[in-house]
Design a protein around this ligand. Structure first.
Ligand code: HEM
Length: 201
């Protein structure tokens, strides 16, 4: 083929004429409406953007309200404790550590039904905390007698944290233990030295 047979290169491609802003917008718009696929893509993108902004919480919305429940003072058996896992009518959550029961309702983000430690709500968390495991094991009273000193020290440290953050409610009762009648005792300032199962040395 001779050089003369080569088709001439379009002058448009050789020297592209710069588009004005409006020409660019118009050509972009024409490009979109010329193809049903492009139209469908634009519709999908618009729908997604709408959904994202629709689900975004409004800034004026108040922060999550943490329930303030009346303080309680009583002992619990394991069975009684189970009812307080945050799914009850008042949403109260109790957790037992080292033989003592704490009201952890204000930590509902942790122990509530949707929290990472929901399994501990309404339960004796001592063994889980000692072994750093969410596996609750058997459903009976746990005397923790098989734990070693390191595990027990860990439980004591965890209980210190619970004491600092949460209200003490009462004792976790062993089978056969009687409920203490606290009505005779002073209700306020009940964050007294609790009778822990494992004592600090
Ligand atoms: C990879 C594993 C884990 C990570 C990354 C993790 C992370 C955390 C974080 C960031 C906090 C909050 C600390 C704070 O704000 O003061 C926390 C608290 C806590 N974690 Fe874990 N954790 C893990 C495993 C566990 C396990 C297995 C247990 C169960 C025995 C556990 C029990 C707790 C408890 C009881 C609290 C205190 C919550 C409260 O303030 O009442 N964690 N954890």
């Amino acid at each position: 083929m001779s050089e003369n047979n080569v088709p001439p290169v379009s002058s448009k491609l050789k020297n592209p004429i710069p588009l004005t802003y409006w020409e660019f917008i118009c050509s972009f718009f024409n490009e979109i409406i010329s193809s049903p696929i492009n139209l469908a893509l634009v519709a999908i993108i618009a729908w997604l953007v709408y959904k994202i902004f629709q689900n975004k919480p409004k800034q004026e919305e108040p922060a999550q309200v943490i329930k303030e429940l009346a303080k309680i003072k009583r002992d619990f058996t394991l069975e009684e404790l189970k009812e307080y896992n945050g799914t009850g009518p008042d949403g109260r959550i109790l957790v037992a550590v080292n033989g003592n029961v704490y009201d952890v309702t204000k930590g509902a983000n942790f122990y509530g039904p949707d929290g990472p430690y929901a399994a501990l709500g309404g339960r004796d968390a001592s063994r889980c905390l000692a072994t750093f495991s969410i596996d609750l094991g058997k459903d009976e009273y746990d005397d923790l007698s098989d734990l070693n000193t390191e595990d027990m020290n860990s439980i004591i440290e965890w209980e210190e944290q619970f004491k600092e953050s949460y209200d003490y409610v009462g004792k976790l009762l062993q089978p056969g233990d009687a409920h203490t009648n606290y009505s005779d005792e002073e209700e306020e300032g009940s964050q007294q030295e609790n009778e822990s199962k494992i004592k600090k040395e």
